[in-house]
Design a protein around this ligand. Structure first.
Ligand SMILES: [Fe+2]
Length: 180
């Protein structure tokens, strides 16, 4: 039984505040991709979806002359570091297991290497899943951060994903429900 579900995380004011900057539609799509990839990579679908949802909450908006500046962002960005820290604090605050909060935070920290010195990172499966899920939804010039979604559609997709995660975690209950 999960202590925290995606809806708890999604509706929290801190999540809403930061996802409004980095894109709610992108966050949800990455959570959905991460859930799908989790099976293939043998990682926990709940952790994959949570890390996908929160992977960009460290974003800061970079403006120059009133317009968002992608080059300025690329040059100065540390969103993965900030995101890992924010996600960890948020998850602990809403009651997540400490070891799960840590796994998710590290996956967020390593979902991009754009801020790291050149080198080769050997990612663990959960970290790979979040990286791949993010790449699947990326658009040129950072446009994926600006895709819009209605709040009620966002919440429906979050709830649908929560149901899928619960079904994966408790296939027994699922079977019993079908039999009833
Ligand atoms: Fe992203």
């Amino acid at each position: 039984m999960r202590k925290v579900n995606l809806e708890d995380i999604f509706l929290h004011p801190i999540t809403q505040k930061y996802l409004a900057r980095s894109g709610i539609a992108h966050a949800i799509t990455v959570a959905e991709y991460a859930f799908l990839l989790a099976h293939e990579y043998g990682v926990n679908p709940d952790q994959a979806a949570k890390a996908g949802l929160l992977h960009d909450i460290g974003h800061y908006t970079w403006y120059r002359d009133g317009k968002w500046d992608y080059d300025l962002y690329k040059e100065n960005d540390i969103h993965a570091i900030k995101g890992a820290s924010r996600a960890h604090k948020l998850l602990i605050r809403i009651g997540e297991e400490r070891h799960i909060a840590k796994e998710i935070a590290i996956a967020i920290l390593l979902h991009t290497d754009s801020y790291l010195p050149q080198g080769h990172l050997e990612l663990q499966p959960l970290q790979q899943v979040v990286t791949l899920a993010d790449e699947k939804d990326e658009e040129t010039g950072g446009n994926h951060h600006y895709r819009q979604i209605e709040q009620y559609v966002a919440l429906e997709r979050i709830r649908a994903l929560d149901i899928k995660i619960d079904q994966k975690e408790n296939p027994q209950n699922n079977h019993q429900q079908k039999m009833a």
